[in-house]
Design a binder for this molecule. Structure first.
Ligand SMILES: [Zn+2]
Length: 531
């Protein structure tokens, strides 16, 4: 049976830009558009040309994209003609392959928010679609509040959608703008719509306010819709939009969808998914969600010993899809209840060959248990675990030695009388026979220590030049009588590879120092730096 084509429409740059705390620059938008293009998304909605300088520049910028680059904007204003609406003119003139109009389809909104008649709203839809078609653009219509509108007045909601389709809109997109619709309602309403408009002209735009945006998108597809709109990592205002990072692998890897539909994302594109998801977080300066389906760090992580031994025998026993299909990795967590099989599986994952009868494996397990009892959490710090394992197995060279460090924090008044806090660190490092002293200032003691430590590592400096800290997390643990500090540091190298290291101590500087040292040594091991 021939598979049907299902189209993906990304609105990260438009609806996703509404996310609290997200503010894309032009460079961000261009980079994200090309990631989406590389992934194989059919439509990328860039923003509102004419509405703000970034979006106007974005549409004017030269592009080399395969995707259908789409401009978003309003239909003509009520009471004006299409040729006499400056907003519409800007939209029509934008260098876009397609135009996605947004229009009201809930009678209540037309009357109360738009303050016009139901007929005038439909005339505005017709005129706008016609004007964009005349400009040679592919046209989409986002029917705002479609599901609420349909529940209130099905004939009117449908009349809005049909008006656009009849004027030649390629897609009529049913939007759950408030995000309150449930999957069975979406399936029922889309089922009714596709009786009037062919499903291969119907799209779904779901918001996640009941955490069912992905389920609602799939429900719409089951009912006949053939375009899904969503965003990377589910970005979007309030609770976000439908998450394409979850939808794409579901469509590619689950038999019910993979058997029926083709999408523009190839197997090779799918393989880049985890990377693209993390790269977006990186741009937004957010730590990726460890528990994100398919692409999260914990998505294929297993803890209990008995599961770990089964996974070693046959991964399919505990995994719903193979982690590498989406560019993720299997991970067996080393934790307090870890058995030997966990440690062996983890060693295998990080590429350390070990014999299960080697007595050093038992010793490693004992050390892990001891350290976890005082606050270390190796399941959150894979790089520190790898170093510990390699050290126990005798495979980490002594690259350098920090013989002394000193950190001071000073509060004073600067020249203009403002109170400032300045931190300074001095580090004495021995590399081979050579001793060096480096000093650095930082915005805090840990930052100063990090700067000083990475300033001059002699012959190893070139290996750590691309190293940067991407996240720093501190937790105070109350174990027994005294509080200890656990520091987790996430580092990144010039290739975008990330790893996490850990330090635990009653003293935050000491805990940070341990984590920083592990991060640098890990980078040297990874780079195979010669001793
Ligand atoms: Zn939306």
């Amino acid at each position: 049976m021939a598979r049907e084509r299902l189209y993906l429409f990304d609105t990260t740059l438009r609806d996703g830009a509404q996310t609290n705390g997200v503010d894309f620059t032009l460079a961000d938008k261009l980079a994200i558009a090309s990631m989406l293009d590389e992934l194989g998304v059919d439509y990328v909605e860039g923003g509102y040309p004419g509405a703000n300088p970034t979006d106007t520049e974005l549409f004017a910028a030269p592009r080399k994209l395969k995707t259908t680059f789409t401009a978003f904007g309003m239909t003509r204003r009520p009471g004006r003609s299409a040729s006499n609406d400056p907003g519409l003119a800007m939209l029509l003139d934008a260098k876009a392959d397609a135009i996605c109009f947004v229009a009201k389809s809930w009678d209540y909104h037309v009357k109360v928010a738009l303050e016009t008649t139901l007929e005038e709203n439909i005339a505005s839809i017709r005129d706008s679609v016609r004007a964009a078609k005349a400009k040679g653009r592919e046209v989409l219509l986002d029917c705002e509040h479609f599901f609420d509108g349909y529940k209130a007045n099905p004939d009117y909601a449908l009349a809005c959608a049909k008006a656009a389709y009849e004027e030649g809109a390629r897609w009529v997109v049913l939007c759950d703008t408030n995000g309150g619709a449930l999957p069975h309602e979406v399936e029922e309403i889309v089922g009714a719509v596709v009786k009037a408009i062919p499903g291969d002209h119907v799209g779904i735009h779901a918001h996640n306010d009941t955490e069912q945006a992905v389920a609602n998108s799939l429900a719409a597809v089951r009912a006949g819709a053939r375009q899904i709109q969503g965003t990377l990592n589910g970005l979007g205002e309030r609770c976000g939009n439908a998450n394409l990072v979850s939808i794409i692998p579901t469509l590619k890897l689950k038999a019910d969808y993979a058997g029926k539909f083709d999408i523009g994302v190839t197997d090779a594109g799918l393989h880049k998914l985890a990377h693209i998801s993390h790269a977006l977080d990186e741009r937004l300066n957010r730590a990726p969600n460890r528990h994100a389906p398919y692409v999260g760090d914990s998505a294929f992580a297993t803890k209990a010993g008995i599961h770990a031994s089964a996974i070693m025998k046959d991964p399919a026993t505990y995994e719903h899809v193979a982690p590498d299909t989406v560019g993720n990795k299997r991970k067996v967590l080393v934790s307090e209840q870890a058995g030997k099989s966990n440690v062996l599986a983890e060693l295998e994952r990080v590429g350390i060959k070990a014999d299960k009868d080697d007595p050093r494996i038992g010793r490693l397990l004992d050390i892990v248990k001891e350290r976890e009892a005082i606050g270390y959490a190796y399941e959150a710090a894979d790089a520190s675990f790898e170093l510990l394992a390699r050290r126990t197995l005798g495979a980490v060279p002594d690259y350098f030695d920090v013989t002394q460090f000193d950190v001071t924090v000073e509060q004073r008044y600067n020249a203009v009388g403002d109170r400032v806090t300045v931190a300074m660190a001095v580090v004495k490092v021995k590399v081979g026979d050579q001793s060096t002293i480096s000093a650095a200032e930082g915005n805090g003691p840990v930052n100063a220590l990090d700067q000083a430590l990475r300033k001059d590592l002699g012959k190893y400096q070139k290996y750590i030049d691309g190293l940067s800290l991407s996240d720093f997390r501190v937790r105070i643990l109350n174990s027994g009588t005294e509080a200890v500090t656990r520091v987790l540091i996430e580092s990144e190298d010039e290739n975008g590879e990330r790893w996490t290291t850990i330090g635990v101590s009653p003293n935050i500087i000491d805990a940070s120092f341990q984590a920083l040292m592990d991060s640098i040594v890990f980078k040297l091991v990874k780079s195979k730096a010669p001793v």
